[in-house]
Design a protein around this ligand. Structure first.
Ligand code: HEC
Length: 157
């Protein structure tokens, strides 16, 4: 009779154990580690395709992303906060606010010309950045630059 009981318990625990293992539960119950990791990884994701966390997704914003990706992202960090080959662009409008807005637009269209002409701020950042020349983007229209800057400012919130 004893032997029968022992065998019964062994079988019961084995089956129970297998079931718990398949469900990835532990006793006492804890959230499986791999699920925690996924939850932690999501918010720090630095992808352009991130859907949450970036409220305005209108046409200007989307156009700004596209232009930034194809022209600027090689040198300017897409998080707008950390430097890369070029400076972080977050807050750029404020940094140019001592000058007419056209100066910033002109810088984006033709930075080397503004350095040559000796624009005080343009020349200063060029010197601060070891005289690395930012290439000109002659083809960008005012509207496209406005979209780019809109995207920059929205990303930097
Ligand atoms: C080849 C690298 C490179 C590319 C591509 C590039 N930049 Fe730059 N950018 C720089 C560097 C380097 C500076 C720092 C000034 C300098 O050295 O001329 C700069 C400076 C700037 C500044 C001034 C930043 C400040 O703090 O005032 C703005 C605005 C800017 N870039 C916008 C853009 C935009 C918009 C694009 C895309 C259309 C772009 N850049 C593409 C390298 C680049």
């Amino acid at each position: 009779m004893r032997l029968f009981q022992i065998i019964f318990y062994i079988i019961a625990f084995t089956i129970g154990g297998c079931f718990a293992f398949r469900q990835n539960v532990q006793f006492p119950y804890r959230i499986p580690k791999n699920i925690k990791l996924v939850q932690q990884a999501a918010p720090s994701s630095d992808s352009f395709d991130r859907v949450s966390d970036v409220p305005p997704r209108d046409d200007r914003y989307n156009n700004g992303i596209m232009l930034f990706k194809s022209n600027c992202a090689t040198c300017h960090n897409r998080n707008m906060k950390d430097h890369l080959t070029g400076p972080a662009l977050g807050g750029v409008k404020a940094r140019w606010s001592d000058y007419p807005e056209e100066d910033l637009y002109r810088w984006i269209r033709n930075a080397p010309a503004m350095v040559d002409e000796g624009h005080p701020y343009g020349k200063k950042i060029w010197e601060d950045w070891n005289k690395v020349v930012m290439p000109p983007f002659h083809n960008l229209t005012d509207e496209e630059i406005a979209d780019l800057l809109y995207y920059v400012e929205e990303t930097n919130r």
